[in-house]
Ligand binder design. Sequence first.
Ligand SMILES: Cc1cc2nc3c(=O)[nH]c(=O)nc-3n(C[C@H](O)[C@H](O)[C@H](O)COP(=O)(O)OP(=O)(O)OC[C@H]3O[C@@H](n4cnc5c(N)ncnc54)[C@H](O)[C@@H]3O)c2cc1C
Length: 461
Amino acid sequence: MNREASRAGFSRRRLLQGAGVAGLGLAGYGAYAAAACPPSEAKGRVVVVGGGAAGLDIAARLRCALPRAEITVIDPARVHYYQPGFTMVACGEFTPEETQRPEETLIPGGVRWLADRVEAIDAAANRLTTRANGVVPYDYLVLTPGLEMHFAAIEGISRERLGEGNVHCIYDVKSAQACWTAIQKLSESGGRAYFTDTWTKLKCGGAPKKINMMAEDYCRRQGTRDRVDFQFYTAGKELFEVPLFRKRLDAIYAERNLAVTPHHRIQSVDTRARRVTFEIHEPGQGKAGAGGSGAGPAPAPRRVTREFDFLHIVPPMTPPGFVLESALMEDPETGKAAQWVPTDAATLRHARFGNVFVAGDVAGIPTSKTAAAVRMQAPVVAENLIAAMEGRKLTAAYDGYTACPFTTEYGKVLMAEFDYAKTPKPSIPFVDPGHEHRPGWILKRYMLKPAYFDLMLRGRM
Ligand SMILES: Cc1cc2nc3c(=O)[nH]c(=O)nc-3n(C[C@H](O)[C@H](O)[C@H](O)COP(=O)(O)OP(=O)(O)OC[C@H]3O[C@@H](n4cnc5c(N)ncnc54)[C@H](O)[C@@H]3O)c2cc1C
């Protein structure tokens, strides 16, 4: 229990109870085992690939509902990270240690854990291959291996080289910690601070903006704001896709003199010279014949180079290699490889293989990749998988709910919650969802991490 929370008179138990009351998709935790997932007599070998946020939540739910099934989680990671906490590490609110727990303490009792790496999946033959344990057959597969980050796709960068030239990335916990040190130094020395994002879909698309706003707020609180030139270069066309939250973010960026430059993809970084180069991808540009008359080869995108004193980068992201190489990527509608795993948006069943269910970052569904989304996907996967095992119709449906708590400043969060239709789905009562507020900060700072480890990963939320 941290000092500020104890001063406010909260105990961990009360905080978690508060989470249930406040909503944020947390209401009704504990009800699942009793109501939504009655015990089933179904048998079979269920293999869960990836014991991260989605895999553990789903495995816990299946374990409680399927006493006669054999459930295996495969994941080589010995340490489990609460990744939403990385942003808080990078602004000095959490230590890296607070974001991690040993994986073995989180594997649900009665679930077999293979601490091994899946190297290939043969979905037509219902089997996969692991690095150390060879072939593992399955009757049902839950695919939750998250995504892969490609730091080296930015020329001059690799994961190991983060930190060189004052280049940081909060998607890596070590770098998030270094980023916090760098932000404190930046506020003392001043300089040109560039924050960027990436051109692929990414987990928590809000995170690069969160750390941008928190760094600016930190400098303001230190009285050094005028020493730093803050720039946000985005590959996208705007700051956020949902109008209600975009309107407020645009206003915050304007009010706080945070410059935004759209359509700029980071291309390379010279860490020695502290120069970053972007490709400009404007709409319509890059098509054959664009900018000239008639057809012809597409012109190369224009490039611009900027000098920086501090740089925050985000690598492009894809499904993990072993998934990309499998038949699971084939979109049955087009017959071609999709960018993310083709998945039915409502039932979360694989679009082609009926005994495969998909959740979390790897899923090809039109919503943001967040743990909050996983929290709503897990009960749907569990319920529909059991229905499939029993030969029943799949009736559970996911509506695309996701949440992005924008830490706009120390003490306030703009809680962006919405669904597939981009309709806001606010769950905190008595506050304006289109504005940042203190209750959102209390949730993000004090409640969501314990709720994640102690409730969500145990399938109880
Ligand atoms: C900086 C940052 C900020 C974020 N902020 C938020 C936020 O504020 N709110 C929010 O809701 N979400 C946030 N997220 C996103 C959230 O953490 C992810 O969306 C969530 O963890 C996805 O769950 P997952 O199970 O799909 O993937 P993960 O939790 O990443 O788990 C994937 C698991 O698969 C395993 N795996 C990978 N490859 C293999 C293999 N070959 N064989 C076996 N296992 C394998 C990995 O070891 C890992 O344990 C943030 C993420 C980051 C990085």
